[in-house]
Design a protein around this ligand. Structure first.
Ligand code: ADP
Ligand code: MG
Length: 711
């Protein structure tokens, strides 16, 4: 066999996916099928039949000869043919044995709808472990337990393995939701919007088949053009990132997480922990791997309509065609705030339109074809926009003026949309209780033109398409690996700190670690006495800063433990003596530091997140950090591009460029500090929290003047 043949065979065999038995079952056993109306075992059977499942259904029930007219079997061993998938709808205590039986019977996947497992405390956890062990033994994949199930609308399968009540048309959007309730209303919302669905999965306790597995499966499914994902977090965020990163480049993942924001109010000892607030890491995951994050479920569903029918724009330039003024203005506002532009038309385009438009039309961008404009006017405007090189997408405002042939307008929009050259969204303003306009609406709908009833909604959908263009073209690159770092010494310091049971490292250790990682710090000395302090200050060179240094002093300046701009030996003596009186900590020392006035105070920090690594923070620093809360986060390791995005995404980013004659800062230095910080915590995951606050940033360089490391 040639290599080429080997590759082909391998590729072919990979087409049969392990989860095909779940999503594309040729036969399904319903263990716990019931003739009792309103029971899950009855509804699932009913749904499969009602939806037109193309495979074989085997109800399993020891007492009933048939259920809903389908022959039932006492157990799975009596079933004559192969079984790909089994629904398990029996009391939880019997589930481990049934899974063992399924394994013996050669069933490849099970959907455990039954509840009573890990969501129910210790006993349930033990049962879940027991059946999972049995499943592993036989290689049975488990979906659930305590879940709805899956739906595959592919006409070849029509597998409605779920007890929900929405019967979607086939389409190209696939949904995955941990929560069945949310999944079901998203499915219903797509149905109401007349958007076809491809597959659906809601996996409840997700003990085996995870959200990551499902996303990977959808990623490889050619029929899935876009994915909608809803979750409350990830049990294995690293795995999810690895999987979804690849899928998100291939097809859009529209994602939403609940339980966002609401700043954590409890005062934490260091800034990074408290500023991170409640779980923001899931959204950072979305951002890092290029998923489209939504905070509004309705917007997410509305946007999916555009994704299911339209191509992705190649840029941010929108052409607007309208037959009424005001809505175009509203749309423009929304498009612009989504980062898009409305460029002027070329002379070529204007010349054509002068010939084709009504005399009262406005020729420009927007093109106002006016309310009396008919199909040929819309068509000419569309054709012109399609040919314009500096237009990437087309926004249509279409009000069904009663004195025009609105069907003709719709047909023309559909014809151009079908070319799939540039995405089109339509704000379609009409009265759907009139039969005449229902016909127009149907022409647009059947023609795959995403229609919205508000200009803002339509513009937001267009904005989402554009955002995905940005995602596809954004390459964050690989994290830099700075060579000139001293890992060995850092390791020793951290081990010593751990051995001594320290919560925070001493200042000396902290600054040594920063220097080990090439993070520039203001020159410093530690002194024990007045004379030591004077000597240190003289070595550093006046003016200096003196900071009271003891394990118990966290926010030093609040307690009067920071004195800046100390110009001579006498002042050193006074300050040190004063501090000796004020602080009677037994470990009190004096941190003498070069005074670096006139810089911009920035903050960078890290906080460890279980299962995920660290979050890196950057923002406006100094003593007002908690008041301003102008900070931004990324998941480590942070690449150069991500670090520079951090500088540009804070609210006060313009401050870094300098305002009103004030000098800007040397961004490259700060970007490098963020990257080096990221490398440090990647090398030493045991670091729990770290704050560099402030980093004094100047026109030509930047230095850390206060730092803390928590183990
Ligand atoms: P803490 O955060 O514990 O209160 P800092 O060391 O951050 O103490 O000092 C508080 C403030 O003092 C800083 O935000 C900064 O404005 C100023 N400061 C501290 N060290 C220096 C320095 N070396 N040069 C200039 N200003 C400094
Ligand atoms: Mg500080």
């Amino acid at each position: 066999m040639s290599n080429q043949e080997a590759v082909e065979i391998k590729e072919h065999s990979e087409k049969v996916h392990e989860l095909d038995s779940l999503f594309k079952p040729k036969s399904i056993a319903i263990i716990g099928a019931s003739s009792k109306e309103l029971s899950i075992g009855n509804v699932i059977l009913k749904n499969l039949v009602h939806y037109g499942y193309t495979g074989k259904i085997y109800p399993i029930n020891p007492k009933e000869p048939e259920i809903r007219g389908i022959k039932a079997y006492t157990n799975i061993f009596d079933v004559p043919g192969d079984i790909d998938l089994a629904h398990v709808i029996i009391p939880s205590k019997f589930v481990p044995q049934i899974i063992e039986d399924c394994g013996k019977r050669g069933i490849k996947s099970v959907i455990i709808n039954s509840a009573g497992f890990s969501e129910m405390g210790d006993e349930g956890i033990a049962l879940q472990k027991a059946f999972l062990d049995n499943a592993k033994k036989y290689g049975v994949r488990v979906f659930g337990p305590n879940c709805q199930g899956i739906i595959n609308t592919d006409p070849a399968y029509k597998a409605y393995c779920d007890f929900t009540f929405t019967f979607p048309n086939s389409g190209s959007i696939s949904i995955v939701a941990l929560s069945g309730g949310v999944g079901a209303f998203i499915m219903q919302s797509l149905f109401d919007l007349d958007i076809g669905m491809r597959m659906y999965a809601s996996n409840g306790n997700a003990c085996d088949v995870s959200i990551s597995d499902v996303v990977k499966y959808y990623g490889e499914d050619d029929g899935t053009k876009a994915i909608i994902l809803y979750t409350e977090g990830f049990s294995n965020p690293k795995e999810f990132m690895d999987v979804a990163k690849i899928v998100a480049k291939k097809k859009p993942i529209l994602a939403m997480k609940s339980g966002r924001t609401e700043e954590g109010s409890k005062a934490a000892a260091s800034h990074t922990g408290s500023l991170a607030g409640v779980d923001i890491s899931t959204e950072l995951i979305f951002e890092k791997i290029g998923m489209l994050s939504f905070s509004n479920e309705e917007e997410m569903c509305q946007a999916s309509m555009a994704f299911s029918t339209q191509p992705i724009p190649k840029g941010n330039r929108v052409g607007i065609i309208t037959n009424t003024g005001g809505p175009a203005v509203i749309a423009t506002d929304e498009l612009v705030s989504a980062g898009m532009q409305i460029p002027p038309l070329s002379d070529r385009a204007k010349n054509i339109l002068k010939e084709t438009m009504l005399p009262e039309a406005t020729i420009g961008n927007p093109i106002d074809v006016v309310a009396t404009g008919g199909g040929n006017h819309f068509r000419s405007a569309l054709d012109v926009m399609m040919e314009e090189e500096n237009i990437d997408s087309i926004f249509i405002n279409f009000v069904t003026a009663p004195f025009t042939d609105t069907d003709e307008v719709a047909r023309n929009i559909v014809e151009v949309s079908n070319l799939k050259r540039k995405p089109i969204v339509c704000n379609f303003m009409t009265n759907l209780s009139l039969e005449r306009f229902q016909v127009t609406a149907k022409i647009l709908k059947d023609g795959g033109v995403p229609c919205y009833s508000f200009p803002t909604t339509a513009a937001k959908a267009m904005g989402a398409l554009y955002k995905y263009h940005l995602v596809q073209s954004r390459n964050i690159g690989e994290p830099e690996n700075f060579k000139n770092v001293n890992q060995q010494n850092t390791k020793q310091i951290l081990e010593k700190g751990k051995a001594e049971g320290k919560e925070f490292l001493t200042s000396a250790d902290t600054y040594t670690i920063l220097s080990n990682y090439g993070i520039p710090v203001a020159e410093w000395r530690i002194a024990n006495s007045v004379s030591d302090s004077v000597k240190a200050a003289q070595e550093i060179g006046f003016p200096v800063v003196i900071k009271a240094d003891a394990a118990s002093l966290v926010h030093k300046s609040d307690l009067g433990g920071v004195k800046i701009n100390i110009k001579n030996a006498d002042e050193v003596k006074n300050v040190v003596e004063e501090m000796q009186q004020k602080f009677n900590a037994s470990d009190l020392k004096f941190f003498i530091q070069k005074f670096l006035p006139g810089g911009k105070e920035l903050i960078a920090g890290v906080s460890a997140k279980q299962e995920l690594g660290h979050l890196i923070m950057f923002g406006i620093g100094g003593i007002y950090v908690e008041v301003l809360k102008d900070v931004t986060f990324k998941i480590s390791p942070v690449t150069k591009l991500e670090a520079s995005e951090m500088l540009s995404t804070i609210k006060a980013s313009k401050l870094l460029d300098g305002v009103r004659g004030e000098k800007g800062i040397h961004k490259e230095s700060v970007i490098e500090i963020i990257q080096r910080l990221s490398q440090l915590v990647t090398d030493f995951p045991e670091i729990q929290e770290m704050d560099l606050n402030p980093i004094m940033a100047f026109e030509d360089k930047a230095f850390v003047v206060d730092a803390r490391i928590k183990l």
